[in-house]
Design a protein. Structure first.
Length: 266
C-alpha cells in the first residue's frame, strides 16, 4: 500500500503542473496511470476504468481551484464565459457519468485510448484553430458546455482539450483560453465526481474498501494533496514560456499510454 501512496503522490505532482501549464486538468495522465495502478493492486477488473475516471474527476476538483486561482492572478480567466457555460457543463457531465456507468470497462478503455490519440495528434501538429468567429450567446454556450461535459465525464478530464481550441476559435487569446479552461474544469469535476459517486453506490458491494461510489479515496487524497502544490507552478510557466515543444514531448507520452491501453484490450 505504501508503494501505491507514493505512486498517487507522484501522479499528483505531474497532474498539477499539467493542469496549470496546458489547462487540461491533469486527467489525461491521471486516468491511464490510475488504470495501471488499480490493475497492479488487484482491484475489480470490471470496474477499474469507472474508478479511474471517477477518481480523476474527484482530484480535478482540487487541482482546478489551485490552477484557476493562479491564472486569475494573471488576469487570464474570463469569468463571463465561465458563467455562461456552467449550466450546460453541469447537465452534460452528470449525463455523461450516468452513461459511463452503463458501459463496460472495455468500452471505456477503448474510448479513452482513441481520445488519447486525438489529443496527442492535436499537440504534435500544434493545432490552433483560426479565430474566425465570436463566442455564442447563453443558449449556444450552454449547448457547447453540454457537449464538453459529456465527453469530459467519459474520459475523466477537466475539458481543456475541448474548451481551449473552442475558445481560441472564438477569438480568445491562448493564455486566456487556458486560464478560462482551468476555471471551467471545476464545475466539470464537481458534477462528474458527484455523478460517479452516485452511480457507483449502486454497485458498492462489488467495489474495494475505502471506495465512495466509483471514487477510490486513497488515490483521490494522494493525488489531490500534491497536485494543488504544483498547479501554480504550471500556470506560472504557461505565462513565461512557449509550450509548443513541451506539448510535442507530452504528445509522445500520450501515444505510448494510448498504445498500452489498446494492447490490454487485445
Amino acid at each position: 500500500m505504501l508503494l501505491a501512496w507514493i505512486i498517487y503522490a507522484a501522479l499528483g505532482l505531474v497532474a498539477g503542473v499539467l493542469a496549470g501549464l496546458l489547462g487540461v486538468g491533469g486527467g489525461i495522465v491521471i486516468v491511464p496511470m490510475l488504470s495501471i495502478a488499480f490493475e497492479l493492486q488487484g482491484l475489480p477488473s470490471h470496474y477499474i476504468q469507472h474508478m479511474a475516471l471517477g477518481t480523476s474527476l474527484g482530484t480535478i476538483m482540487f487541482t482546478s481551484i489551485s490552477s484557476f486561482r493562479a491564472h486569475h492572478k494573471h488576469g487570464a480567466v474570463n469569468w463571463s464565459v465561465v458563467r455562461r457555460v456552467t449550466l450546460g457543463i453541469l447537465v452534460g457531465t452528470l449525463a455523461g457519468s450516468w452513461l459511463a456507468a452503463q458501459l463496460s470497462t472495455r468500452f471505456l478503455k477503448g474510448f479513452f485510448a482513441v481520445f488519447l490519440f486525438y489529443v496527442a495528434t492535436q499537440m504534435i501538429l500544434n493545432f490552433k484553430p483560426k479565430a474566425s468567429r465570436h463566442l455564442p450567446g447563453m443558449a449556444g454556450m450552454s449547448g457547447v458546455g453540454g457537449v464538453i461535459g459529456v465527453v469530459s465525464s467519459l474520459v475523466g478530464i477537466g475539458g481543456g482539450t475541448l474548451s481551449v481550441p473552442f475558445m481560441v476559435w472564438c477569438n480568445m487569446t491562448m493564455h486566456n483560453a487556458v486560464g478560462t479552461s482551468a476555471a471551467i474544469g471545476f464545475p466539470i469535476a464537481v458534477a462528474g465526481a458527484v455523478g460517479y459517486l452516485i452511480n457507483g453506490l449502486k454497485v458498492s458491494a462489488d467495489l474495494p474498501p475505502m471506495s465512495l461510489g466509483f471514487l477510490y479515496i486513497p488515490a483521490l487524497v494522494g493525488i489531490a494533496a500534491t497536485s494543488i502544490l504544483t498547479a501554480p507552478l504550471g500556470a506560472s510557466i504557461a505565462h513565461k514560456l512557449p509550450v509548443a515543444k513541451l506539448k510535442r514531448v507530452f504528445a509522445v507520452l500520450l501515444y505510448v499510454m494510448g498504445a498500452r491501453m489498446v494492447w490490454t484490450l487485445l
